[in-house]
Design a protein around this ligand. Structure first.
Ligand SMILES: *Cc1c(COP(=O)(O)O)cnc(C)c1O
Length: 374
């Protein structure tokens, strides 16, 4: 090529980072001699999908020669009943990541501002940059959204406000009364996107009733996913709840068959398996308390979490420690690029996985201590 592809790319695309630059593959781990990795780097549900979801997929396998229902009608009807809204309040996506992308493309013109916390979910940067939007990032206060400062940062150009609640990578949430106060200060020229990927993990006392804003026809979008507590991350399915006018704008941009057949069947079945959900929540609670306590005993600082992962200050280089853990077959998330160079984000695993993580950490700490002693 005479011209580089980069110079042909549109202006906003040239500045973008490649997607998933640091993602670790099973092959790469096998090359390190690891046959049985412990995946604690992506906040997946270690306890697996609902058996009902698996059965539903098995029966749907025969029909994968057909396109999926492009309107995800069964799912939207099911959720409308469950959440006391209408089917017109829902849109499904190939993961909530797709919906974030659609929101940015639909509502941000070049130069429009998207407001969110720092650090927050990494996907916000990518979708905003891709459409030439201006990132306005408000630092967290004590690892939690600083909604007062965020409200102060709203301008006439603010079009989208992302609030990850609970937040990733910190595992913290904001209290319902803080959300109420924040909403009273948001003008109707901005759309507030509550990203509730970990919402199911919240105890009732901390769960904000954000659907109330949708019912009141405010410019609010609530995002939920089947990737976390529902244990279906590999299928890629999530949804947005919003007033029908907003859903209708997103539907204009959406690919006609964006959610695959197996994902639709699995998600529908998973919604009917409360027992599995309760079991996952209980096991996650136990694993999280166990991990947090052990990590504190090892001298690390642990941010209290309401999710299925823990932010840990390891008081040394996070990327180097994460790399060392890989040799033990344990995958965790370093956060240097999120501005937390001495922290790791560690997903709650099964009992066995948590123990393997702790053993690997112990071994690495011992090595560091030996080196220090010379
Ligand atoms: C994991 C996660 C999501 C879910 O993304 P999917 O595309 O649905 O898998 C969304 N938001 C946050 C904050 C997350 O951590």
């Amino acid at each position: 090529m005479k011209r580089t592809a980069d110079s042909l790319a549109s202006h906003s695309i040239r500045a973008l980072e490649p997607t998933n630059p640091g993602q670790i593959s099973s092959e790469a781990l096998r090359a390190l001699g690891v046959g049985d990795p412990v995946w604690l780097g992506s906040n997946e549900n270690a306890f697996g999908p609902s058996p009902r979801a698996l059965e539903a997929m098995a029966s749907a396998l025969q029909s994968v020669n057909r396109y999926p229902d492009g309107g995800t009608q069964a799912l939207r009807a099911r959720l409308a009943r469950k959440l006391d809204l209408s089917a017109e309040h829902f849109i499904f996506g190939n993961g909530t990541n797709e919906l974030l992308d659609l929101l940015a493309r639909a509502f941000l013109s070049p130069g429009d501002e998207a407001l969110y916390a720092h650090p927050a979910f990494v996907a916000y940067d990518a979708v905003v940059a891709a459409v030439g939007g201006a990132k306005v990032r408000v630092p967290l206060l004590d690892f939690t959204h600083d909604l007062l400062s965020m409200a102060d940062a709203i301008t006439a150009r603010t079009k989208l406000i992302f609030v990850a609640n609970p937040n990733n990578p910190t595992g913290t949430c904001v209290r319902p009364e803080e959300i109420e106060r924040f909403m009273s200060r948001v003008p109707d020229t901005a759309i507030v996107v509550f990203d509730e990927a970990y919402g199911e993990y919240l105890p009732a006392s901390l769960a904000s009733n954000t659907l109330r804003f949708v019912r009141a026809e405010l410019p609010v979008v609530v995002l939920r996913t089947f990737s976390k507590v529902y244990g279906l991350a590999g299928l890629r399915i999530g949804y947005a709840v919003a007033p029908p006018e907003i859903i209708s704008v997103l539907n204009r941009l959406r690919q006609p068959f964006n959610v695959n057949v197996l994902a639709q069947h699995a998600a529908l079945a998973a919604l009917d398996d409360d027992a599995h959900l309760d079991r996952c929540l209980r096991l996650n609670d136990e694993g999280r308390s166990f991990l947090a306590q052990r990590l504190r005993e090892m001298g690390f600082e642990v941010v209290p979490s309401v999710t299925n992962f823990i932010l840990v200050n390891v008081k040394q280089s996070g990327p180097l420690l994460a790399k060392a853990l890989l040799r033990h077959g344990v995958v965790v998330q370093p956060l240097a690029r999120a501005g937390l160079p001495e922290s790791l984000r560690i997903t709650v695993g099964t009992c066995d996985e948590n123990r393997r993580l702790l053993a690997a950490l112990q071994a690495e700490l011992a090595t560091t201590a030996e080196k220090a002693a010379g």
